[in-house]
Design a protein around this ligand. Structure first.
Ligand SMILES: *Cc1c(COP(=O)(O)O)cnc(C)c1O
Length: 443
């Protein structure tokens, strides 16, 4: 929240056991941990909150939210949930059974978690280009249809309840999926008679990239592109904390009335009645307004250009970053940035901690800590890339803040040769260890 002294940060991060999640927000100057629920609501959203209708059933705030979602996506059936993972929990309770296989581009952690929790498997069929940070490809979130075809051959369509496409693909760096690819996924799914669900947290950012990068869409409005994207799916789950620009919320939207009916049972059990699903009326009112704002070109352009501005400042200094830049974050290639730190000492985490110590900026490791241990062998899973994510909240920071962040990374980059050791684990939880892990410095 405020600038701090390095000596204070040394003490705070030691007290936090070198886990950035353990810091208090007042110990952080610029918070780039996540863009989830951290955006600033507009005055129009705040004023919509004042007219929230808190009726248990059939509230006007729900009606407005439903109309907004249907007009944006074309899906007639809408179920609110308290956040994105809750939408997954409800929908997968209907769709996913033990032994199932769910292909798609790289699944988000909670999506994968909810699939694996049901003793099913999530298969990543993202195109290979996504794993090379310096290779230019305009749509690194695309699904490799050939890889999916193989899975269908191996497992058979009986074990594949749906295909999930994440737009934009968070796990590969906020990378978009092209309209051409969404169409290809649709016709592939039709050939097997399998439904397609979009994990849609950053659907508006995906539409922006289609407009900017895909031939034939230059003159389409964002809303036209959004509508066309969703016409390739049978339904969606949504974390409204991203492109809904609200602090909390989520929903499911579907074409099929029978699927909707089955899901309502679980919604009532886990979330709340079907016209609020864990959200207050005022929160649904703010979300309806947020969805309208997030699907304007002007908003998206200023949002994504701010993210890219930071990426350009870093690249100018030779700092290795994932290219092209994604929608919500800049991913720094920590493996290339800190070549002397052994991977057993958590390269991504080492860089994220250096950034905090240098500047009070909180970033997040996307590397070995996050990848966790193999459930069978209990060995560390080493991902292909050790990354640090600089995630930009919506409508919160200025260009000056971006310059400060870039300067911090430049300072570290200049003395990168001196950084040769990392950290070891003192405590870790059996799953999702990165949230609560405790570390010590190797000197
Ligand atoms: C954030 C996110 C989720 C989970 O949503 P929560 O609101 O955090 O529960 C699911 N999928 C994607 C792609 C996300 O970015």
């Amino acid at each position: 929240m405020y600038p701090s002294r390095r000596s204070d940060r040394e003490q705070w991060i030691k007290d936090a056991r070198y886990n950035l999640f353990n810091l208090k927000s007042h110990q952080v100057f610029i918070d780039l941990l996540t863009d989830s629920g951290t955006g600033a609501m507009s005055q129009e959203q705040w004023s919509a909150m004042m007219s929230g209708d808190e009726s248990y059933a059939g509230s006007q705030s729900f009606e407005r939210l439903k109309e907004t979602i249907t007009s944006l996506t074309g899906f007639p059936h809408v179920l609110p949930t308290h956040q994105g993972r809750a939408a997954e929990n409800v929908l997968f309770s209907v769709m996913v059974s033990e032994g199932d296989v769910v292909p798609g581009n790289a699944h988000f952690d909670t999506t994968k978690g909810h699939i694996e929790f049901r003793k099913a498997s999530a298969f990543d069929c993202t195109i290979d280009a996504a794993n090379d940070t310096s290779l230019y490809h305009p749509f690194k979130g695309n699904v490799d249809i050939g890889k999916m075809e193989n899975l269908f051959q191996v497992y058979g369509k009986e074990r594949i309840p749906m295909i999930i496409v994440t737009i934009t693909c968070n796990s590969t760096g906020g990378q978009p999926v092209s309209m051409e690819n969404l169409k290809a996924v649709r016709s592939f799914a039709d050939s097997y008679g399998v439904p397609v669900i979009f994990d849609s947290a950053r659907f508006a950012e995906n539409a922006y990239f289609i407009k900017i990068r895909e031939k034939g869409y230059e003159n389409h409005s964002i809303r036209e592109i959004v509508k066309e994207m969703f016409s390739m799916a049978d339904g969606m789950t949504m974390s409204s904390k991203k492109d809904g620009i609200v602090n909390m919320g989520g929903f499911i939207a579907l074409n099929s009335k029978s699927l909707y009916r089955e899901a309502t049972t679980y919604n009532i059990m886990f979330e709340g009645y079907i016209t609020y699903g864990g959200m207050s009326g005022r929160d649904m009112a703010a979300l309806a307004q947020g969805l309208e704002e997030a699907t304007t070109f002007e908003y998206l352009e200023s949002r994504i250009k701010q993210v890219h501005y930071l990426g350009e400042r870093l690249m100018e200094s030779g700092i290795p970053v994932q290219e092209p830049f994604g929608g919500h974050a800049i991913f720094v290639d920590a493996g290339k940035f800190l070549p002397h730190v052994p991977r057993e000492e958590y390269i991504g985490q080492t860089l994220a901690l250096e950034i905090y110590l240098e500047s009070g900026v909180r970033a997040v490791e996307i590397g070995t800590l996050l990848a966790d241990r193999d459930p069978e062998t209990r060995e560390n899973r080493y991902p292909r890339l050790e990354m640090v994510r600089l995630t930009i909240p919506r409508r919160v920071y200025t260009r000056n803040h971006m310059d400060y962040v870039a300067a911090a990374l430049q300072n570290i980059y200049q003395r990168r040769e001196e950084i040769t050791t990392g950290y070891r684990i003192r405590y870790e939880a059996p799953i999702m260890r990165h949230f609560t892990v405790e570390l010590e410095r190797i000197s």
